[in-house]
Design a protein around this ligand. Structure first.
Ligand SMILES: *Cc1c(COP(=O)(O)O)cnc(C)c1O
Length: 396
């Protein structure tokens, strides 16, 4: 059986998204900046896509900027807020220790330029509270940036409460909602969000396209200079097919959001219940405030990489963290941020579901994973030391 359970890394494109894109590759291929009919048809399509995105986010079309994805949107939001802050001599930014690298590395860059960054600690259940954000805000804070939902451990932060705190203190609030978009409720007005990033390939749209919502009145900075596309804030001929695919995929995800979430949460809970039976295992992330499709465990005495390779041989595509950190042997900064020791953080497994996953697939994973974990433990000298009492178990 083949099971794709790595939807937090990327998703399969839906046929709805593909069909929405095809006309813009085959017939309506004009440049939206061209004055002729072919160009103007493409420009009209962009207007429609922007309206769709805006209505789903609860904002105005002119507050939506199309980007090349979540990373670009995160970079542009944070660098813009930093420039705005610098003009008022405010160079302090509040964020969390378990953000995506698109956020963390941008903050590192600003730190080298003289900004002061406060990265809030994450509780062992993967949560950060609005009160902790409030306590970190200072007179010179120009931005709070916290993710809506974590890509590795699935914890969902109290974004509306954090937004309310920022609004009250007059600080700009950006959220990386890449994992939340299409899965959780988004309403930038009700949630007091000033800037929000999303990425199409995380909700069954195409790769290489995303959006940045920016509340009107906030003057953002270009990352890419050139033509006057995106109201002069993001140069480059628009990727019309991808943008059309994103709008269609986002509309589809939002239309079925609650029903999909309920379905995935049921499969997720079955996986969590089953994998919890494995001795010396621990769930990462909050049990309740959790993305509907996210399962993340640490298993004592094994290496995540070996687990992934053996699962792959059994047809199961999973991850041991984010796609960005695997490839390196560094343990995940997210698991370290919730206090998992290095040895444990290495033995992690993330399964991320989508509405196409089935109960049969869950049952198959619940047979395969315990087998592979037992097999790897059998070969592990560290595990033998623990079983024979020469070394303490970390996960009791
Ligand atoms: C995937 C992801 C990103 C990056 O999005 P891209 O479109 O791949 O650049 C940023 N933040 C989070 C939380 C993500 O999961």
């Amino acid at each position: 059986m083949n099971v794709y359970a790595d939807n937090a890394a990327t998703t399969k494109m839906s046929s709805i998204a593909i069909e929405a894109m095809l006309p813009y590759m085959q017939t309506v291929y004009g440049n939206p900046s061209s004055l002729h009919t072919a160009g103007q048809e493409a420009a009209e399509a962009l207007v429609k896509a922007r309206e769709t995105m805006a209505s789903l986010l609860g904002c105005e079309p002119r507050e939506v900027y199309f980007t090349s994805g979540g990373s670009e949107a995160d970079n542009q939001a944070i660098l813009s807020a930093a420039r705005i802050g610098a003009r008022k001599n405010k160079r302090h930014i509040v964020s969390t220790a378990f953000e995506h690298h698109a956020v963390l590395h941008t903050l590192k860059k600003l730190e080298r330029e003289g900004y002061e960054i406060t990265l809030l600690d994450v509780h062992d259940n993967g949560m950060v509270s609005a009160a902790e954000v409030a306590a970190a805000i200072r007179e010179d804070t120009c931005l709070v940036t916290t993710m809506y939902a974590n890509n590795e451990i699935g914890s969902v932060l109290p974004i509306a409460e954090i937004g309310a705190v920022c609004r009250e203190r007059g600080v700009l609030f950006h959220t990386d909602a890449v994992q939340a978009a299409g899965h959780l409720d988004i309403d930038v007005q009700a949630q007091n969000i000033d800037m929000l990033s999303l990425s199409a390939h995380k909700f069954h749209g195409p790769k290489g396209v995303g959006a940045l919502y920016v509340r009107k009145g906030i003057l953002i900075t270009n990352l890419i200079e050139g033509g006057a596309q995106e109201r002069g804030k993001r140069a480059g001929t628009e990727n019309v097919p991808a943008i059309m695919g994103m709008a269609a995929a986002f509309a589809d995800a939002c239309a079925h959001r609650e029903q999909n979430a309920a379905y995935m949460a049921r499969l997720r809970d079955k996986l969590i219940a089953g994998l919890s039976q494995i001795p010396h295992s621990i769930l990462n992330g909050d049990r309740d405030s959790r993305l509907p499709g996210n399962v993340n465990f640490c298993f004592e005495g094994i290496e995540g990489e070996s687990l992934l390779l053996l699962l792959d041989q059994k047809g199961i595509c999973a991850s041991s963290g984010s796609a960005c950190t695997s490839g390196s042997l560094e343990p995940s900064h997210v698991l370290l941020s919730i206090g998992r020791p290095h040895e444990i953080a290495h033995g992690s497994l993330r399964l991320s579901l989508c509405p196409e996953n089935t109960e049969e697939e869950v049952d198959y994973m619940l047979t395969a994973i315990p087998e592979v974990v037992a097999y790897l433990r059998n070969m592990s000298p560290v595990w033998r030391d623990m079983v024979e009492g020469r070394k303490e178990f970390i996960i009791k």
